[in-house]
Design a protein around this ligand. Structure first.
Ligand code: BJ8
Length: 427
């Protein structure tokens, strides 16, 4: 028997007709891209279940938690420290930014040449189709790229309790101080919202929960080094996407169970792609649900994606936070130490990213790197050009693609990706 969630969605103020359309399209894309894959680990069933219930059971969990006095915090960026949210017994969710919605309305507020990710955030809000956004008691927008920074000025008028977090642009002592101050302010804002005093024990527990989630994702990444690849890039990306929505304890447990299964597959030398399939590292902008376009095209071309150098991927979970320290201030310092390592392209200069790409490519035995940026994303699109030159000089096979969330360029992308896969498979 299926549960009727419509009254719940109605209470959240969703536009039911537009929301039905969204679920219909999401279901179609999921079937065509994810479920149609030939071989999948059995434990991916859990991820399929989460995705089936992403606007159903998961939202009911959030509503039930709110009724019990807990708060829900929505975020757009991996710089928002989940540890502080968890320490206040609140719930953090990533907000939908992976599909075009209500573009005509969005383009009345934002220029056409704004990146698809920012437009998507506005589209979901304007058309009232995201239950996570509508269930959130606080939404955090961060001053990262200029696009987000300026667009969030308008978001302030659309979303009640929209909290703006400033972020540094340089990895200097001043930048570190700014991040420390912003995390201190965020801690205070979370306390004011939840009424929960964040003690050292509570914050340490929040850090442990986040670390365990990141460790499970790191374990998964480590297993993707195997030849043949035990999991497709599409499924691994899906796992990284679900990490932003699901309950962290349940998610960690499920991914560890999946990793147990992958270890057995590796032991039996079984894979989801032939052992000789070209291996690709995907690098660049974050890919939020349902943005599966590029890994789908890569894997349709017969290659396998073995890693994502992206925020929905390794850049998002890499590095753990130390738990040592006697005071909340000590633990805040540990958080700053961890987050200050994120090599997002909004930083200038950002040399660590090149080294990290090389390190990942070697570690995952990638035969080629595909750099993906969203059209009009200046940080990643501009950074892609010197990266292309330098990585080619260092002997990497590198393809640079730019796209958006539409399917208009699918033929052209397919041709370029197939040609790249063909070339690297002959090397
Ligand atoms: S830490 S990558 S999640 S900012 S695609 S909106 S950069 S114009 S998303 Fe990001 Fe945080 Fe950095 Fe990660 Fe701007 Fe580019 Fe659009 Fe972007």
């Amino acid at each position: 028997m299926t549960t009727d969630y419509r009254p719940m969605w109605q209470n959240l103020g969703l536009d039911l007709k537009a929301h039905d359309d969204l679920l219909k399209n999401l279901g179609k894309a999921y079937q065509q891209i994810i479920l149609n894959q030939k071989k999948r680990p059995q434990k991916m069933e859990y991820l399929d279940f989460v995705m089936r219930e992403v606007h159903g059971l998961r939202i009911k969990e959030l509503i039930d938690a709110k009724a019990a006095g807990r708060k829900v915090i929505g975020a757009f960026c991996v710089f928002v420290p989940e540890e502080i949210v968890l320490a206040a017994d609140a719930i953090m969710v990533g907000l939908c930014t992976g599909a075009d919605f209500a573009l005509e309305d969005v383009e009345k507020l934002l220029p056409r040449n704004t990146c698809a990710l920012i437009k998507s955030a506005f589209g979901f809000k304007l058309s009232r189709v995201c239950p996570f956004l509508e269930a959130a008691d606080m939404v955090v927008g961060e001053n990262t790229c200029d696009g987000k920074k300026k667009a969030f000025e308008q978001m302030l008028e659309l979303v009640p309790n929209f909290y703006v977090m400033d972020l540094p642009q340089q990895k200097t002592a001043g930048g570190r101080r700014l991040l420390r101050l912003e995390y201190q302010n965020f801690l205070r804002a979370i306390f004011e919202l939840t009424g929960v005093e964040i003690t050292v024990e509570r914050l340490r527990r929040g850090i442990e929960i986040s670390n365990n989630k990141r460790k499970a994702l790191a374990r998964l990444s480590h297993l993707r080094r195997a030849e043949p690849a035990p999991i497709s890039g599409l499924d691994a990306l899906l796992i990284n996407q679900v990490a932003f929505y699901d309950d962290p304890l349940r998610f960690t447990d499920s991914i560890n169970q999946l990793c147990d299964e992958l270890e057995e597959l590796i032991h039996r030398k079984e894979g989801v792609f032939p052992a000789k399939a070209p291996r690709i590292l995907l690098s660049g902008c974050p890919m939020a649900v349902p943005n599966w376009k590029i890994p789908w095209l890569i894997e349709q071309a017969g290659a396998v994606v073995v890693g994502e150098e992206a925020c929905v991927g390794e850049r998002g979970w890499r590095n753990f936070t130390k738990t040592c320290g006697e005071t909340v201030d000590d633990l805040l310092d540990n958080l700053v130490e961890r987050y200050f390592n994120i090599d997002c392209a909004i930083f200038t200069p950002n040399p660590e990213r090149e080294e990290h790409i090389i390190e990942m490519a070697k570690d995952l035995k990638a035969d080629g790197i595909i750099h993906y940026s969203l059209q009009f994303c200046q940080p990643y699109s501009i950074e892609a050009l010197p990266l292309e030159r330098r990585l080619q000089e260092r002997g990497c096979n590198f393809l640079r693609v730019e796209t958006d969330y539409s399917m208009e360029d699918i033929g052209q992308l397919q041709t370029r990706i197939e040609a790249f896969v063909e070339i690297i498979s002959q090397i």
